[in-house]
Design a protein around this ligand. Structure first.
Ligand code: PLP
Length: 392
């Protein structure tokens, strides 16, 4: 027992189970077990060499001091040009705040709006940090369901019906973790239209998978709606697109009214992102994009194998995800809870997956599989899963 007394809010802070599963999978592998990891959500590719070289060059050129808190000007300008090219929007670089990873924007936006007495709406199942941080801030976390029979999108009117006079922030994420779902444009159109009745509500749009779309889908960014753009916080970053999860580099476009708050949070939290990573970020945005295209092709091929393999298991059914690199099969017919199946698959059969409940209560009955792994490993994991589930 310790005499230390951390603040009560520490009891409300959740976690991201993916990191726990990763640690357990690595511990089992360390004991000599043959583990296939479909748990962690990070590309299994290396960062493209020209990006790595840009970081090395930056260090050699002496870029090893502090930088401006919201990011070096050349990077903020490169982000602005990228947003113009990809989404057709004109964003002033002064509204862009570069941070150490996509997650930091989430933390800032939720801490900026969350306090006791207010409500924040978030997708469930969804990225677990949303709910965790909302609870931590003292706000009330109000989930809206993502529905399997709607391709894991939501019903705009059902969501709007949950907006109250206490709602300060709505969190959206498309393409989504953990479902791979993509919210169709008509649903976003309807949501935006409905939000005109609620001018005091901000929107955090987590678009970190905006380039991970299949079947020629076009990304719809919340920045493309001028009628609400002055209350949209658009989160994106380099982690997934450029296989840069460990570099810790992300950014957000903030409404003019909030940039100063975001910059202050940055100054109070991390001062600035490390300089070499920022130079690498410029090279990523301005350099050859063929590695991004190649990764997407590889994910697309694996997606087909995963979905087909899962649907070949009698007690499992899986929708074809439209984006990201996750499959979210329905496992209700196995008769096991998501957590029990996750544990059996890892401990007895050496396949790391993540229970849908790690992404919120509405994830019961589902597993998340990340297909950021080789085709051979994916096929072997599916074979093990089939044997395991059919023997239940
Ligand atoms: N948003 C979503 C939906 C994610 O899935 C993740 C990472 O898994 C992040 C944000 C965080 O990205 P980063 O690693 O850049 O902090």
């Amino acid at each position: 027992m310790s005499d230390l007394l951390p603040a009560a809010r520490m009891q409300r802070l959740g976690t991201e189970t993916a990191f726990e599963v990763l640690a357990r999978a690595e511990a089992l592998a360390g004991e000599g077990r043959d583990i296939i990891n479909l748990g962690i959500g990070q590309p299994d590719f290396r960062t493209p060499p020209h990006i790595v070289e840009a970081a090395i060059k930056a260090l050699r050129d002496g870029h090893h001091g502090y930088t401006p808190a919201p990011g070096i000007p050349v990077l903020r300008e490169a982000v602005s040009a990228d947003l113009q090219a990809r989404h057709g929007v004109s964003i002033d670089p002064s509204c862009i705040v570069v941070v150490p990873g996509g997650k930091v924007t989430m933390n800032f936006a939720i801490m900026m709006f969350g306090e006791p007495g207010v409500e924040i709406l978030y997708p469930n199942p969804g990225f677990p940090i949303y709910e965790s941080m909302i609870n931590f801030s003292g706000a009330t976390a109000v989930p809206f369901a993502l529905l399997e029979d709607q391709g894991f999108a939501f019903d705009a009117d059902a969501l709007l019906a949950r907006v109250s006079e206490r709602t300060r922030l709505i969190i959206l994420n498309s393409p989504a973790n953990p479902t791979g779902g993509v919210v169709p444009k008509p649903v976003i159109d309807r949501l935006v239209e409905g939000l005109l009745q609620h001018p005091g509500v901000a929107i955090l749009s987590d678009e970190i998978y905006s380039r991970m779309l299949f079947d020629e889908r076009e990304h719809v960014s919340l920045l493309q709606y001028p009628e609400i753009v002055e209350r949209v916080i658009m989160l994106d970053g380099w982690s997934k697109t450029y296989a840069m999860t460990g570099w810790r580099l992300g950014y957000a476009v903030w409404p003019t009214a909030l940039v100063e708050h975001a910059t202050r949070l940055a100054v109070n939290c991390h001062s600035c992102v490390n300089a070499a990573a920022q130079h690498a970020g410029v090279a990523a945005l301005q350099g050859d994009q063929s590695a991004v295209t190649a990764m997407l092709h590889a994910f697309d091929e694996r997606r087909a194998v995963v979905v087909e393999g899962l649907n070949a298991i009698s007690a499992v059914r899986c929708q074809t995800p439209g984006g990201a690199f996750y499959a979210f099969p329905n496992i209700q017919q196995t008769g096991l809870s998501a957590r029990a199946l996750q544990q059996q698959l890892l401990e007895r059969h050496g396949v790391a997956t993540i229970a849908g409940t790690s992404f919120g209560a509405f994830g019961e009955g589902y597993l998340r599989l990340s297909y950021a792994n080789s085709l051979d490993n994916i096929r072997a994991a599916l074979q093990r899963m089939r044997e395991a589930i059919e023997a239940l």
